[in-house]
Every structure is written in structure tokens, then in C-alpha cells.
Write a protein that binds this ligand. Structure first.
Ligand code: GP9
Length: 411
């Protein structure tokens, strides 16, 4: 308990120091609209297929937003629920199972709970069975005012597992409009779920040589999601919410397509060792600030655990005493030495990338220099790997022993 307490106190002190930063509290009182996009990987951004942009709306948004191109998902077996845990609770998933299912009764220092304490109306939106990934129980633990599951939506655009994202986003805005401001709305999309087959009526991209393949279907689904997101942004502008809200989205996890050939064809090059690590792990993080400030493409590494600390930093809500493992990414200066830690014990700090052996990526552990893409002496990654292990141990202890309850009792 003492070790875990100390680890999180140290992390909280690091965040405390950043409260001097000019971005801390710059958007105090803004609404927050955060979207978790199903299986949405970073390699799609800015790419074309047969001359057509796959993500035209996102590409355009990047011109007026912060785009983190070295942003990683940190999920494990709990997939979508792990991404939600990482982004809203800033703790790591466990080595097995889903925290949403195994530890839904714990206390957590979550973004919805923290925002509610600060006067926000909070809502989670996902047009599917509320029991999936145990969301009903977990969202009640996280203290959302309301979880809008499939029962709250009219299925007027049946697609894939449920309601199409286009209608899902629009109906979610209808629901948001009935809320007091400021609000926090967390939306979880679904239309780009494996195996990605959408009806011909919504396939508007000519995927050429990928037609009839799962990779081609994935591109179609991504294009549909991008288009739905474009409609959502137009609607938020029309409703005068756009310039009153921090709007951000990230991908939840990889697309489970475990062959490299279509990626190589799509990207028009053979993949390096580093590509094979990065492609399945990188998801986009795009953040639009109410005044469009700080637009640009950022090299700073980050991961899903950084989402909640980033948003709370912008709102000027201290996370110094929160049991969160992430760090704010939107600050005056890039964070020196910032690491993204993965559930398998791997990490990257933007200079090195350490990956333990993995059936899919490589047979042996790899310690790569990110600039050259070359293997370096394994010892180069040793201290980083030790720190990654400490972070995972601290996070696991908190979850497995419900330590936030203990820590809160001590406050
Ligand atoms: C279902 C959705 C899918 O509610 O979140 O989760 P996944 O299968 O991607 O983990």
C-alpha cells in the first residue's frame, strides 16, 4: 500500500508542478465533449486511396486543432472497456479480463466524478446494450448523471451492431442540448466495429484493389465514421456549442487485422520493425480548443491514460491528489522524459521503444532507437523498462485492492 501511495503521490506532484503552466485553467468552465472511436487507428490520418482522402474531415480539423501523431492506445484484454478506463480513470488495464467487469464496485478518481464535483452535468452515450462490458454498473460507479444506452436512442439508421454513428452523434447532441452547461459528454462510437462490413448504401469510398477485403471494408467504415464526425462538428457549430467546448477524440484500439500486406500496399512502402510496433498501437488524439489555440501536429508521445489529466489541466482542476497515472499533454513545453507504458511491460519515451516479445510483432524483445529505427543494446531500455514495471505494479495494486477507497479515507 505504501509503495503504491508513494508512486501516485510522486505522479501527483509532477502534475502539481505543471499548475504554473499557462494552459492550466485557460478553459475554465468550458464544456467537454470526448469521443472514443471504435477501432480507429492513426495510420488512416492524412492518407488517400485511389486519390480520395480516407478521413477528409479529420484532416481538415487538424488544421485548427492539436493532433498528437505519437499517441498510443494502452488496452489489453478488456479492449473498448480498457480504453474507457484508461481515458476516464487514468489507470492501466489488468493483465487479464476487464476492470469494468472485475472491479466495477471500486472507488475511482475519474474524470466524470471529478467534473461532477466541480459543477458539471455528466453523461455517457453509447447506443448499445447497457450491460455490455458491464457499463451499467461501471458508469454508475463513475457517477455519470446518466448513461444513455441503446434504450435512449431511436434506431432510425440501423447499421452493424446497432445505430449508425451518424444518427448516434446527432441524437446525442439532442440529448446534450437538454443539459445544463457546463457539461461533460463522453460518447463511444460503434459503427467501425470488426468485421467492418457496412451496407453498400453507406459505402462512399472507392477502395480500388482493397474492394471485397476486410482491409477495404475497414477503410469504408473509417470513411463513414469521418463523415459522421464531420456532420457532428457542423451540428455543434450550428448549436453554438463548438466554441464553448473542448472537443476531443481518440481511437480505442487496433483493428485486429493481423496481416501486414494490405498495410504495406495502402501505405505504398514496406514496413520497418518500428512500423510493425507503431501501427497497431498508435491511435489518433485530436483536441480542438474552444478558441482554436495551439493548432498543430505534435511529436510529444502520449497515451490514453493522459486524456483525463489533459482535460482537467485545461479546465484548471487540480489532479495533484488524484490517483491517476497520466500527465497533461497540452502544456507550454513538451514534457521531458514522458513515457507511455503498455500493459505488456513495453514503453516508449519518443527516443526509445521497448517491446517485450510478442507473437504478432516480434519473436524477441526489442529495444529500438526511434530516430534510426535500429535495434540498440538491450541495456539501453533497462531502466525505462524497470520504471514501466513500477507504474504497472502501482496501478494494479490500486485496482486489485481498491486502494483509492483507502487513500480517500486518509485525506
Ligand atoms: C460494444 C463496444 C464494442 O458496446 O463497445 O467493444 P469491443 O468489442 O470493441 O471491445
Amino acid at each position: 500500500i505504501q509503495e503504491a501511495r508513494q508512486w501516485f503521490q510522486d505522479r501527483g506532484s509532477m502534475r502539481k508542478q505543471l499548475e504554473q503552466d499557462s494552459m492550466f485553467g485557460r478553459y475554465k468552465g468550458a464544456n467537454v465533449i470526448m469521443i472514443q472511436l471504435e477501432a480507429f487507428q492513426n495510420f488512416l490520418i492524412g492518407q488517400k486511396v485511389d486519390g480520395q482522402e480516407v478521413t477528409p474531415n479529420m484532416n481538415k480539423l487538424i488544421g485548427e486543432s492539436l493532433y498528437f501523431k505519437n499517441f498510443y492506445h494502452q488496452t489489453a484484454q478488456g479492449r473498448t472497456s480498457d480504453a474507457d478506463l484508461a481515458a476516464n480513470i487514468s489507470l492501466h488495464p489488468l493483465p487479464s479480463g476487464s476492470v469494468f467487469i472485475r472491479f466495477a464496485q471500486n472507488r475511482y478518481d475519474s474524470m466524470p466524478d471529478t467534473l461532477k464535483d466541480n459543477g458539471y452535468a455528466t453523461g455517457a452515450f453509447h447506443a448499445y446494450d447497457g450491460g455490455f462490458w458491464n457499463r451499467n454498473a461501471m458508469y454508475s460507479t463513475l457517477n455519470y448523471d446518466k448513461f444513455y444506452s441503446t434504450k435512449s436512442f431511436t434506431i432510425d439508421e440501423p447499421l452493424g451492431w446497432s445505430l449508425g454513428d451518424r444518427s448516434f452523434f446527432q441524437q446525442s447532441v439532442d440529448l446534450m442540448l437538454s443539459k445544463q452547461q457546463p457539461f461533460y459528454s463522453f460518447m463511444v462510437s460503434l459503427s467501425s466495429h470488426h468485421p467492418y462490413t457496412l451496407p453498400a448504401s453507406v459505402q462512399t469510398l472507392d477502395v480500388g484493389e482493397f474492394k471485397g477485403t476486410i482491409f477495404g471494408d475497414y477503410l469504408e467504415a473509417a470513411h463513414y465514421v469521418d463523415d459522421s464526425l464531420g456532420d457532428l462538428m457542423d451540428r455543434l457549430k450550428a448549436e453554438h456549442l463548438w466554441d464553448k467546448s473542448i472537443f476531443l477524440f481518440y481511437g480505442d484500439h487496433d483493428n485486429s487485422i493481423k496481416e501486414w500486406e494490405p498495410f504495406e500496399k495502402f501505405l505504398g512502402r514496406s514496413l520497418t520493425e518500428l512500423d510493425r510496433i507503431n501501427i497497431p498501437k498508435q491511435v489518433p488524439l485530436i483536441v480542438h480548443l474552444p478558441d482554436g489555440a495551439k493548432a498543430g501536429t505534435y511529436e510529444q508521445v502520449g497515451g490514453q491514460l493522459d486524456a483525463a489529466p489533459t482535460v482537467l489541466h485545461l479546465l484548471g482542476i487540480s489532479t495533484a491528489d488524484k490517483t491517476m497515472a497520466g500527465m497533461p499533454l497540452i502544456t507550454d513545453k513538451p514534457l521531458a522524459g514522458k513515457k507511455v507504458v503498455f500493459r505488456n511491460g513495453g514503453y516508449t519515451d519518443g527516443s526509445q521503444f521497448y517491446m517485450p516479445s510478442d507473437d504478432y510483432i516480434a519473436e524477441h524483445a526489442q529495444c529500438l532507437d526511434v530516430t534510426t529505427g535500429q535495434q540498440v543494446a538491450p541495456d539501453t531500455c533497462k531502466s525505462g523498462a524497470d520504471e514501466a514495471r513500477q507504474e504497472l505494479i502501482a496501478s494494479d495494486r490500486v485496482i486489485e485492492h481498491n486502494l483509492i477507497k483507502t487513500f480517500r479515507a486518509e485525506r
